[in-house]
Write a new protein. Structure first.
Length: 186
């Protein structure tokens, strides 16, 4: 198990992740209130993306999906902004973060063929998502949103021992890798 964790951390560093921290899945808390925020659609992804509710399933389905695993690696990438109103910088950072998550996913896939990778906010891979009219065009690269599963990201960051806020004029995006530590290929 220790060898596998070291291999995952090596891939994380090589992928350009900023910080990482480990959590046990049994200690995770799911908050229906977070899903209610999703339903408010302030991010404009609710009901329009395979990566977000309601497409990710009910809270119970998300909880069951997560509980198939026993380990979570929470990770982040920090981006510098011109100022706290730099919306273009935030958008560019999110696009870059999604690319970094893909690089990480390609790196861990040989180690963990059965894993679940969650990411910040919607998908953004396609100009127009096929949801709900047709299946996802890239299901093997679909990373559901952390928030859509009912997670409070700053709570996860605290539990994992990584920074949620990385100072003025920066934005930090988060993702999570869930896998079975016992019996995984190493």
């Amino acid at each position: 198990m220790e060898k596998l964790l070291c291999q995952i951390e090596k891939v994380a560093a090589e992928s350009g992740l900023f910080e990482t921290g480990w959590l046990d899945v049994g200690e995770l808390k799911f908050y229906p209130e977070v899903r209610k925020i999703c339903e408010g659609n302030s991010c404009r992804n609710y009901g329009s993306s395979w990566a977000c509710p309601p497409a990710v399933g009910t809270m119970e389905e998300c909880r069951e999906r997560v509980r198939r695993y026993d380990k979570m690696l929470l990770f982040s990438v920090k981006y510098a902004l011109e100022d706290s109103f730099d919306f273009d910088g935030m958008t560019a950072g999110l696009r870059s973060f999604k690319e970094t998550v893909d690089v990480f996913h390609r790196g861990v896939r040989p180690l963990l063929p059965d894993c679940l990778l969650l990411s910040n906010e919607g998908c953004g891979r396609c100009d127009a998502c096929t949801y709900p009219q047709a299946p996802c065009r890239f299901p093997e690269w679909l990373h559901h949103s952390l928030e859509g599963y009912g997670f409070v990201v700053n709570e996860l960051a605290r539990q994992a021992g990584i920074h949620y806020n990385n100072g003025a004029n920066s934005v930090t995006y988060f993702g999570a890798l869930l896998f079975r530590g016992k019996g995984a290929a190493a």
